[in-house]
Design a protein around this ligand. Structure first.
Ligand code: AMP
Length: 398
């Protein structure tokens, strides 16, 4: 294959990240990366850095909506300053039960995935919008969807099936998981010696944890939507359904109809809960650490709950995997919050997990287990863009 510039588009609820790679035989070279951030707020940012980190674009535009934000990206990419992409890879959290494979995007495929917006309500609307715009604004360039749920497709039915009446299972309601491209990138980075029994904790603003046997996912904490599993920055994680019913009935007392009540419940469960809900302060771990330093008890409780749920999932996964060879921390908190890694590992010594405080005193890639630890403990930043580029190259070959 000759050299190909490949554009990666990765949209979040208030940001669009992008990167351009040059794919040349086995080589992948990053040309630039950037983002538009703060969509719908007064704090719009637009930046592009070259591969060495040098700023090529650094603006603070007004970004009232995703249309203005994506138009800014597209116009800049078409300005002649950057190579024209020969293929585009889009990150998508979940394509629903009928779209489980990474593949070429067509208008019909976008319509099909959009039917399942409720399975990733914070992520799917902007992702499908950008896919449609990308087909329109980059005519003739093949666009491919890369799903987070793709990595979790190997989970057995006993894990994916939900304990609900069959009529809802038939509508596609099941565990899909999320952060799959991040997990895939950790397994990729561990090659060629991927440990047989592996747990990866992706701890970011959204947080999840996966059990991986011989490189294939066997279980993950997020469920139908990214709101399930361990608690996240603003999401409940797994919770007694009775709590949601209680809140729904309270909301229904003043809501004008069922749809408004459902939307409000979604906001509570996905945007106001988790670390933010418990601390009543912030979803950002840095703010919580600062508050804990000043003796804030609610911030302490929020972080303790976060750590407690992670420990319980690790314990369950060790049982499920029949042991453990390696524990990997990744994501903004996993890579940077030294205290969180120490707190998660403290108390898990009986499982063979022993952290070394000196080695743990780092940010970024490191091995942080003690010499006496049966389980190797590592910190590995994800490489999601690279995985998307690899899928695009494979699919172009197909
Ligand atoms: P992500 O969603 O992967 O970008 O991760 C965002 C989370 O990482 C937020 O909770 C941040 O507070 C947290 N984070 C980023 N840098 C640090 C840091 N230096 N110390 C503690 N937490 C951090």
């Amino acid at each position: 294959m000759s050299s190909l510039p490949i554009l990666v588009l990765n949209s979040g609820s208030s940001s669009i990240k992008f990167a351009m790679y040059q794919a040349d035989y086995g080589e992948r070279t990053k040309i630039f990366e950037g983002a538009v951030d703060g969509i719908g707020t007064d704090n719009g940012k637009f930046w592009i850095n070259d591969a060495t980190g040098q700023k090529l674009v650094d603006q603070t535009p007004h970004l009232p909506n995703r249309s203005v934000a994506f138009s800014l990206v597209e116009k800049t990419l078409h300005s002649g300053q950057f190579p024209a992409p020969k293929a585009i890879g889009h990150r998508m959290v979940c394509g629903g039960p009928t779209v489980l494979e990474n593949q070429l995007i067509t208008p019909a495929l976008i319509d099909e995935m959009e039917k399942y917006t409720a399975f990733a309500p914070l992520h799917t609307p902007i992702a499908v919008y950008i896919m449609r715009e990308s087909l329109r604004l980059f005519p003739g360039v093949p666009n491919f969807v890369c799903l987070d749920s793709y990595f979790h497709r190997t989970m057995p039915e006993v894990v994916t099936h939900m304990p609900i009446p069959e009529e809802y299972s038939a509508m596609g309601v099941r565990r899909f998981g999320a952060h799959g491209i991040s997990y895939e990138s950790i397994v990729y980075q561990l090659q060629p010696t991927v440990p047989e029994k592996l747990i990866v904790a992706h701890l970011g603003n959204g947080a999840s944890i996966s059990a991986i046997r011989k490189g294939a996912c066997v279980d993950t904490s997020m469920g139908l939507t990214p709101t399930g599993g361990i608690i996240s920055g603003t999401r409940t994680g797994d919770i007694d359904p009775g709590v949601l019913l209680f809140i729904l009935r309270k909301i229904a007392e003043t809501a004008s109809d069922a749809s408004e009540a459902a939307d409000k419940l979604e906001t509570v469960a996905s945007k106001k809960a988790g670390l933010l809900g418990v601390s009543d302060l912030s979803n950002d771990m840095r703010d919580l650490r600062e508050a804990i330093g000043k003796g804030n008890a609610k911030a302490r409780l929020a972080v303790d709950k976060f750590v407690w749920t992670i420990q319980k999932w690790i314990g369950g996964y060790v049982a499920e995997l029949g042991g453990l060879d390696m524990l990997v921390f990744t994501g903004g908190i996993g890579e940077n919050d030294i205290a969180c890694r120490a707190e998660v590992c403290t108390g898990l010594e009986a499982l063979g997990i022993v952290i070394d405080p000196e080695r743990n005193n780092v940010r970024g890639e490191a091995t942080i287990s003690a010499d006496t630890s049966r389980v190797e403990i590592r910190v590995i930043p994800p490489a999601e863009d690279l995985i998307i580029v690899n899928h695009v190259v494979r699919l172009l070959g197909d």
